[in-house]
Design a protein. Structure first.
Length: 202
């Protein structure tokens, strides 16, 4: 699954996606608390990668975080800039971040790694580690399963992961897990996990 395919798929449903998911009130309260707990109060810049309509970036900014939203979908960035004019939003790809080495205090990748083929994950995590300042925090959300497997996401093919295996990938990339939140399936919502990890020395 190439990023261009993902961009096109989300661009084609951007208006509906924004309507269904485009405010922080539509994010589970436990998830917002988890995100805030690990990224609020950090000095320096936090990147919300795959920020979509910009609602969680705006939530972070409401907590005093110097957050910048980045997404590959122009329609999402245009909406975010219009809906949150005081915020910072820009087009960009998590595969190649236009920021200096070790310059970022935190990264949020909330559901934005789910479309990465498993063989591409390590490269993206290495890019996260490249830009992360010492002891910087990575917070991410993913879909959970008993094995790494593709499934038919409503927008475009996505992947579920066993949480322990994903945590091992983080460790190989230079991150140490510090907290995990898991939630079983609820109605139409698939099993989900959140992981917070700290950039380790080296």
């Amino acid at each position: 699954m190439k990023l261009e395919q993902v961009r096109q798929a989300y661009a084609s449903v951007a208006e509906l996606y924004i309507e269904l998911f485009g405010t922080s009130q539509q994010v589970h309260a436990d998830d917002l608390a988890f995100i805030g707990r690990h990224l609020a109060g950090r000095p320096g810049t936090v990147l919300d990668l795959g920020c979509g309509p910009g609602h969680i970036t705006d939530y972070l900014r409401s907590l005093g975080v110097n957050a910048t939203g980045i997404d590959i979908v122009p329609e999402f960035i245009a909406h975010a800039q219009a809906a949150h004019p005081s915020g910072s939003y820009q087009l960009g790809s998590m595969e190649s971040l236009a920021v200096a080495n070790h310059s970022i205090a935190g990264i949020l990748a909330w559901g934005s790694l789910i479309h990465l083929p498993p063989q591409d994950l390590d490269g993206v995590l290495a890019e996260f580690r490249r830009v992360m300042a010492p002891a910087g925090t990575l917070v991410l959300g993913l879909f959970v399963g008993d094995e790494v497997a593709a499934f038919d996401h409503k927008v475009v093919t996505a992947y579920r992961w066993p949480v322990d295996e994903f945590s091992e990938r983080l460790a190989r990339a230079g991150f140490t897990e510090v907290e995990r939140l898991q939630r079983p399936s609820e109605g139409t919502h698939r099993p989900h996990a959140a992981i917070a990890a700290i950039a380790t020395e080296g």
